[in-house]
Design a protein around this ligand. Structure first.
Ligand code: FES
Length: 95
């Protein structure tokens, strides 16, 4: 565990989201590297988040912010807006 981590991103690897996990994980890894956040943001796996019909999904801690229907565009925004400016993206987050 990285003790300097500011955020942890839990990628759902439940039955539904898991089929797209490779793509989602790769997109986060690339976006985090581009933003120079690989040392301070951890990627972890999560069990089903109970939003299977809107997957693939992830939850960001601290803050317990859930993002659904992840694609490359959304992931880039999450990294560059939420993680870099500490501001969750209202129109993308799930309640
Ligand atoms: S499998 Fe991802 S929310 Fe259920």
């Amino acid at each position: 565990m990285n003790q300097q981590s500011t955020y942890r991103i839990y990628l759902c690897h439940g039955l539904h989201c898991g089929s797209q996990l490779g793509h989602v994980q790769q997109a986060f890894e690339q976006a985090l590297a581009a933003a120079n956040l690989t040392e301070t943001v951890e990627l972890r796996l999560s069990n089903c988040l109970g939003r299977c019909e809107r997957g693939p999904n992830a939850i960001i801690q601290p803050g317990r912010v859930v993002y659904c229907q992840l694609n490359s565009t959304a992931i880039n925004r999450i990294v560059h807006e939420h993680l870099l400016t500490n501001t969750p993206i209202v129109e993308l987050r799930d309640e």
